[in-house]
Design a binder for this molecule. Structure first.
Ligand SMILES: Cc1cc2nc3c(=O)[nH]c(=O)nc-3n(C[C@H](O)[C@H](O)[C@H](O)COP(=O)(O)OP(=O)(O)OC[C@H]3O[C@@H](n4cnc5c(N)ncnc54)[C@H](O)[C@@H]3O)c2cc1C
Length: 425
């Protein structure tokens, strides 16, 4: 172990691993003997990468643009401009990893295994002049003006470093926000941290039908509606659970839902009511679906909900039918206007949104260190000398589909270079 490190990287996740490796390589190029330490509270580095993309790691998305991000978008805008998804692919190619596009620009390692990405990033830092210390949680940081050094206090050792990079990711789900959380340390160093809320997660809904729908997966269109205005539309597999809706299409609207629950506004606009509308037959127009239901009426003697089983399956069909008419009615007895009502229900099955969220099963944390405290051009603190940030700890988050890892990699690589270059300043 070194007495004084040039850089302490806190957090050995996606962004911290690439930042440490890049910084070390750049320092070597300039023939520097300065050392880096990588501090990780888990027992192994890069653990979280294993869980990404359902174990396959959706590492970037070639369609990524600022439109896929929320919060202080300038962080993502700058990062993507200087280090694009194609740069990310090239970066991994240079480490020996081939990639493939699965769909909608989503890039995965050719092996389809997250462990490939985790292992290659771990090997890369292990080859460098970097001390890697696991099982070590940073609990406080002090700055000494005399020697211009930071003392990093952890649960087992104290470390001195000239520069600190926070690559600490989001708020852990298994931990209450205590005073000792990394966000408090960042705030104590003078930085502004916005409110935090979960993103890319299930959305809790209020509905008399949801319990009976548990376990159903149905492909359709999800629209987030605020005061009758559609705010975001997503297509995909909707998963119905005991008290929530889930699936990637729901994850992609959860950010706005939880922003509303936190601030009562979305994108600084106030709304009175938020709801989710499901189009359960999105491939058919209202007219085509109505014609199908109307024409079938003369041919059958069945109960109404039974008819819908052919479109929606048993439980979903009963729920839709009940919400339209209360009780199941013989299909033949429905009037033309009632068939229209039924068609509307299928195309616009509405769920009210619960007024709270849970920190559980969220893929990301929304909110974080504000652009008021961090320069988006170089990820350097505007408040404290020699402090830097990268990845999810910043107030920026992306849609589901490789956008969050892209930001972790691009911000990590850019800040790694920046820190090495700052040696000469
Ligand atoms: C289940 C799941 C699936 C996902 N799938 C995808 C996907 O396929 N594609 C995609 O783009 N994104 C995905 N994400 C999101 C993505 O994983 C994150 O956005 C990304 O990992 C953020 O990288 P990071 O380096 O900023 O933070 P992290 O990867 O979270 O790393 C932060 C590290 O800091 C450590 N740390 C925190 N506090 C301390 C402390 N006080 N002391 C020491 N160490 C500390 C943590 O233990 C952790 O190792 C997924 C997330 C989850 C949970």
């Amino acid at each position: 172990m070194s007495d004084i490190y040039y850089l302490a990287v806190i957090g050995a996740g996606a962004s911290g691993l690439v930042a440490a490796a890049v910084c070390s390589k750049e320092l070597l190029k300039s023939k520097s003997n300065e050392k880096i330490v990588l501090l990780e509270k888990e027992n192994k580095i890069g653990k979280k990468i294993l869980a990404t993309g359902n174990g396959k790691c959706n590492m970037t998305n070639i369609n990524a643009s600022a439109n896929n991000y929320y919060g202080d978008i300038e962080f993502a805008e700058n990062a993507l401009q200087k280090f694009s998804p194609y740069d990310t692919i090239k970066y991994f190619n240079n480490l020996g990893i081939l990639t493939r596009e699965i769909s909608q620009g989503r890039i995965y390692p050719y092996t389809n295994q997250a462990v490939t990405i985790r292992d290659i990033l771990c090997k890369d830092v292990q080859r460098e002049n970097i001390d890697i210390i696991c099982d070590t949680c940073v609990i406080d940081i002090n700055y000494n003006k005399l020697d211009k050094l930071y003392t990093i206090i952890t649960n087992n050792i104290n470390i001195k470093a000239k520069k600190i990079l926070f690559a600490t990711g989001g708020r852990p789900n298994n931990q209450k926000n205590s005073n000792n959380s990394i966000y408090s340390i960042i705030q104590n160093l003078g930085h502004k941290v916005t409110d935090l809320f979960p993103g890319l997660c299930p959305v809790l809904v209020k509905s008399p039908y949801i319990k009976n729908l548990k376990g159903i997966r149905h492909t359709g269109k999800v629209t987030l509606i605020a005061d009758n205005k559609p705010l975001k539309i997503e297509f995909g597999e909707i998963q119905f659970n005991e008290n929530n809706l889930s699936g990637i299409c729901v994850f992609n609207i959860s950010r706005l839902v939880n922003e509303y629950i936190t601030y009562k506004t979305i994108n600084n606009t106030s709304y009175k009511r938020l709801k989710i509308s499901l189009d359960l037959c999105a491939d058919y127009s209202f007219e085509d679906l109505y014609d199908f239901l109307f024409n079938f009426q003369s041919k059958t003697d069945i109960m109404g909900s039974e008819l819908l089983e052919g479109l929606l399956g048993k439980n979903l069909s009963q729920a839709v039918y009940k919400s339209a008419f209360g009780n199941d009615i013989a299909y033949k007895k429905l009037s033309q206007s009632e068939i229209k009502t039924l068609t509307s229900k299928i195309k616009n099955f509405v769920f009210d949104i619960n007024s709270e969220y849970v920190w559980k099963n969220n893929q990301i944390t929304c909110g974080g260190v504000s652009i008021k405290s961090v320069n988006p051009n170089n990820f350097k603190s505007k408040c404290s000398k020699d402090i830097y940030f990268c990845g999810e700890v910043l107030n920026v988050d992306g849609d589901c589909g490789g956008y969050n890892l892209q930001f972790a990699f691009s911000s990590g690589i850019l800040v790694g270079r920046e820190i090495a270059n700052d040696k000469n300043k």
